[in-house]
Design a protein around this ligand. Structure first.
Ligand code: NDP
Length: 329
């Protein structure tokens, strides 16, 4: 495993990490979560990602039970949570979601209780909230750090301009600004990481804990011959994911990527994951896996890095035809 400093902080994260969205509580129970987190940790993964909204808090409860059972040294791993969506989706009452001081404060306490931890290493604003003044968000996150409840705060799916606005407020009041962002990044979703955030990387620095390196499983090729039972896209409430990924143009590109992977003698998932971490602005790529075989396979991505020569990267770009116009950045 390799480790990278998270942006301009002194915190080191493993280049591959492990997250619990959809899988924990919905697809897997405690014994599988225990096995998968154990495999991840033994492979050198030191960051486990979570959020209040995952399975309505059940994902944090499950990770908390596993961590307690494992009894690993607290200094050897990093845990995150995120606030914004609340626990109850459309049933949230006012103040039970969003980025108000009240919700950020309460969600942080609830995450600590569910995860059975004294502090969160990383705490994310899971989406921007245009209804809350930036001053309120930055002050609250700064105060949570001062209270010792979180160590670093960050954002998820914020635009580069929104992150810069948070830094402006932090500089104005001498507060701690966001240290990391959690964007989607994979072969089909490149704009944020490869264009929008470039000025942020250059000026204030930003660590990134990127999500869906496999486009929710699409980049394994598993959906090319029907819908595997129990897979993420087979769930009725993930129709929006089907619409996002199972598009003719993307499928055509996926077939070409599969041919390229076969040509190179590697699997498509390992190639796709390795492709994300070749980008030096990626601190860590969060893996999702509902089965031990998947995690075992995906961990091999580190061995595939040498395959990604400039020529191979060029061939991938020719297939994808979606490289952002870096000259505009
Ligand atoms: P991926 O794109 O890697 O998708 C993971 C899913 O793909 C697995 O759960 C599994 O689903 C399938 N899969 C993975 N490996 C294989 C394989 N080798 N062969 C076949 N199928 C495979 O990541 P996620 O979308 O899960 O994102 C990773 C993490 O990022 C999440 O757990 C969460 O912590 C975080 N996240 C954050 C978001 C945010 O807004 N900040 C949003 C989304 C995720 P299955 O078995 O069900 O088919």
């Amino acid at each position: 495993m390799q480790y990278r400093y998270m942006g301009r902080t002194g915190l080191q994260l493993s280049v591959l990490s492990y997250g619990s969205w959809v899988t924990f509580h919905k697809q897997i129970e405690d014994n599988s979560a225990d096995r998968l987190m154990g495999m991840a940790y033994d492979a050198g993964i030191n960051f486990f990602d979570n959020a209040e909204a995952y399975a309505g808090g059940e994902s944090e409860l499950m990770m908390g039970r596993v961590l307690k059972q494992k009894n690993w040294e607290r200094s050897s791993y990093v845990v995150s949570s995120k606030a914004y969506f609340g626990l109850r989706g459309p049933e949230n009452k006012p103040n039970q979601a969003g980025l108000s001081r009240k919700h950020l404060f309460e969600a942080c306490h609830d995450a600590l209780r569910r995860l059975q931890l004294d502090y969160l290493d990383l705490y994310f604003c899971h989406r921007p909230d245009p209804n809350v003044p930036m001053e309120e968000i930055v002050w609250t996150m700064h105060q949570l750090i001062q209270q010792g409840k979180i160590l670093y705060w960050g954002t998820s799916q914020w635009s580069g301009a929104e992150i810069m606005e948070a830094h402006k407020v932090a500089q104005q009041y001498k507060l701690i600004g966001p240290a990391m962002e959690q964007p989607q990044y994979n072969m089909f979703e490149r704009f944020r990481m490869e264009q929008d955030y470039l000025p942020v990387f250059r000026t204030v620095g930003l660590g990134t804990t990127i999500w869906s390196p496999l486009a929710a499983g699409f980049l394994t090729g598993k959906y090319l011959n029907g819908m595997p039972e129990g897979s993420r896209l087979s769930y009725s409430n993930f129709g929006w994911l089907k619409d996002r990924w199972l598009q003719e143009e993307k499928i055509a590109k996926l077939r070409k990527l599969m041919e390229l992977a076969a040509d190179l003698g590697v699997s498509l998932p390992t190639l796709a994951i390795a492709w994300t971490v070749v980008n030096p602005h990626v601190t860590t790529a969060i893996l999702g896996a509902s089965k031990a075989e998947q995690l075992e396979e995906n961990l091999k991505a580190m061995d595939v890095l040498p395959v990604l020569t400039p020529e191979v990267m060029q061939r991938i770009d020719e297939i994808l035809q979606n490289k952002p116009r870096l000259d505009l950045a």
